[in-house]
Design a protein around this ligand. Sequence first.
Ligand SMILES: *Cc1c(COP(=O)(O)O)cnc(C)c1O
Length: 425
Amino acid sequence: MPRALTAGDREHARSLDAQDPLRDRAGEFLAAPPGLIYLDGNSLGRPPQAARRMLQAAVDEGWASDLIRAWSRGWYEAPARVGDQIAALIGAGPGEVLVCDSTSVNLFKLTLAALQHQDGRTTVVSDDLNFPSDLYILQACCRLLGGRHRLTRVPSPDGIHGDEAALRAALDEHTALLTLSHVAFKSGYLYDAPALTAAAHDAGALVLWDLSHSAGALPIALEAWGVDLAVGCTYKYLNGGPGAPAFLYVRRELQERLLSPIWGWFGQRAPFAFELDYAPAQGLARFLVGSPPILSLTALEGALQPLAAAGLEAVRRKSIDLTTYLIALADAQLAPLGFTLGSPRQAARRGSHVSLRHPDGYRITQALIEQMNVLPDFREPDNLRLGLAPLYTSFEEVWEAVDRIRRVVIEGRHLQLSAARRAVT
Ligand SMILES: *Cc1c(COP(=O)(O)O)cnc(C)c1O
């Protein structure tokens, strides 16, 4: 049945939910407090029941009973095993993904490895939509290699869309690496990753995608696209839990040619031989550093189950429907109150969150959190960021959230609040 994703009433939202093939997946997550509308799954995904089950077992059976023996009963292989499960969600093969460290640290390891491999090439190309931590890491890498490398930050024309033509023009025989966020953290702009990967390869550059805001939200085909390197975090749409370890991907043919800049024992050829000199492990394991966070890895392993069962094609279809519907409601209800769209209108160029800009965006966000039982987040200078997680966000919640935003502004609730920023926004 064709679905009309137009602004309508609550009944219309309910009819969209009734036709949603993923509507029962929300039951696979631990319940949120009644009445709470959670729109920050792009920052911290809700906990799947399976994550708690596996975490509980890791404590009760592994940690309490098996104790040190648990390292030989699945713990030691966990970074590679859970990596293979993530590989299946991002179009990579077995042995091409590891779960370890944070996204920032993995970006550091892969960037330095790539720059050292690309001897003689001295520029790193990125953009100003990228996550600041990524840009800091790139700046550090350029500096650590003796100051010969330069970071080129291609500007977005409007703070919303990436400039793919300018990025292509920035690629030349000096480019060592092109690295971008696949989906931009603020506007949700979705890059044409296969096209830009091909363009970078034409210039002889390597490509590294940060999949933090796309993994688990849309189909990704790293191998088919020919991507060299990728990193991403697991606590957003992969629902791995606060501080869950990140992942890294290295295309198989490159693995033996790259060296990690951090030579820890888990990346050594034979960690338990305790040799005094470093020799890199074969394959991807060389990018491990030290002991993996087993409890977080185990929670993540459980957390991946609902996503793997639902399939990313279905997830992407619902994600597009949810964001399209939210934009239709915002156009009808919120534009007259001073909101503008801070995300691409074209669904094919949009990830799974929508930013709505308003001069009083910060105080409106605070009013939603403190008085209206809605949890979005805020990104400077004026973005109310609404994350729509297809596994558990319903159309009725989107409708209700827009209605509560409208009421905050009409009733002037935000005007009583302070615009002084909190430490975490
Ligand atoms: C969330 C996010 C990160 C997170 O980095 P950590 O080091 O895991 O805190 C990195 N890059 C991007 C693009 C992100 O969206």
